[in-house]
Design a protein around this ligand. Structure first.
Ligand code: ZN
Length: 138
């Protein structure tokens, strides 16, 4: 008898601790530069627009559109073996920032650039819940 392999869980680094703390509560946060106000994800020490070094974590609506995507047909990790083919999407958040995540609850035939999506969270253990995106409710 075999059991399904667990999906990998990202490491909670000091830099990402505020992000994962919010995600555990079902909230999506991204960094916002104090200098120019632009939002970004993943977090960076320096703003690529104004070179400012000060930033805050701010709430995102979790809504956006698919900016780009890739469909995985190969099993790169046994934890995803039961899900191939599945989509990995780059989401442009409506209030700023872009995020890579899995697309869920969406037949691949519906997948397209510009598809409106909303965040949902998948628990991957006591410390980590991961943002995923699904087609936005009409
Ligand atoms: Zn900036």
């Amino acid at each position: 008898m075999t059991s399904a392999a667990a999906k990998p869980t990202p490491e909670v680094t000091d830099e990402l601790r505020p992000f994962f703390a919010a995600a555990r509560e079902g909230r999506l946060v991204v960094q916002q530069c104090r200098g120019c106000g632009r939002r970004r994800f993943p977090p960076r020490e320096i703003c690529s627009h104004c070179l400012g070094r000060q930033a805050d974590w701010v709430a995102s609506s979790g809504r956006g559109t698919i900016f780009s995507f890739n469909v995985m047909h190969q099993v790169y990790h046994p934890g995803f073996a039961a899900e191939v083919p599945y989509a990995v999407v780059l989401v442009e958040l409506e209030d700023g920032g872009r995020m890579i995540a899995n697309l869920v609850d969406c037949p691949l035939e519906r997948l397209r650039i510009g598809l409106p999506v909303e965040v949902v969270f998948e628990a991957r253990g006591p410390e980590v819940s991961l943002p995923q995106f699904r087609p936005a409710a009409a």
